[in-house]
Design a protein around this ligand. Structure first.
Ligand SMILES: CC(C)(COP(=O)(O)OP(=O)(O)OC[C@H]1O[C@@H](n2cnc3c(N)ncnc32)[C@H](O)[C@@H]1OP(=O)(O)O)[C@@H](O)C(=O)NCCC(=O)NCCS
Length: 171
């Protein structure tokens, strides 16, 4: 079924859902180390992050059979309005909705917001080397692999590489 994807700026009311997605170890082992292995994602951190000028957080909603429901989260963080770039990251929290092209669509909408609403010129991100699904999402959105940051991810007593990606928004 074709679903309509909508990005809504995240608000305090989204916290309980986002908390669950962030605390799921299958998700958060793929995040930055401070969010990895979270036992409890604290509301105060969420509210502080929402307030930061250099961050934009969106809840991904889908519309199916006339009903809207939140399924994931996508963010643009560390925005540098001087050099016009920022870092993207995302999680498709509701696992029943994975592999349906929805995050690829959500990222495409975010990229257009970055360019049109925020006036950014480029975006970047990193992915753990074996996160095939996330690498596919980036490739489908025209990101370029710009390098390997060797053994810069440490989990379960094992180092892995990060793969670095960027996209210039005119591309
Ligand atoms: C990465 C993630 C956001 C993808 O969300 P999604 O809505 O399933 O993404 P899409 O359906 O748009 O695209 C996923 C692509 O990866 C492919 N894929 C998914 N799992 C795969 C696997 N194990 N092996 C090969 N390909 C895989 C899908 O087939 C699809 O590619 P296709 O359209 O060419 O067939 C989701 O898996 C997730 O939230 N993971 C945990 C958090 C995470 O990794 N966040 C990113 C941190 S950088």
């Amino acid at each position: 079924m074709e679903s309509k994807v909508i990005l809504k700026e995240s608000t305090e009311e989204d916290y309980p859902l986002i908390k669950g997605w962030f605390e799921d170890p299958e998700n958060n082992i793929l995040f930055t180390s401070e969010l990895r292995n979270l036992k409890e994602y604290n509301k105060i951190f969420f509210l502080m992050a929402l307030k930061k000028k250099g961050n934009k957080y969106y809840t991904i909603l889908i519309k199916e059979n006339g009903k809207l429901q939140p399924v994931g989260f996508i963010a643009l963080i560390d925005i540098d309005f001087g050099d016009k770039f920022g870092q993207i990251w995302y999680v498709m929290g509701n696992k029943n909705y994975r592999r349906r092209g929805l995050m690829s669509k959500a990222l495409s909408f975010l990229l257009s917001k970055c360019k049109v609403e925020l006036g950014l010129h480029s975006v970047h991100t990193w992915v753990v080397e074996d996160n095939i699904a996330s690498i596919r999402v980036l490739e489908k959105n025209g990101f370029s692999k710009i390098g390997i940051q060797r053994e810069s991810y440490y989990y379960n007593n094992k180092f892995k590489n990060r793969v670095l990606f960027d996209k210039v928004l005119r591309e």
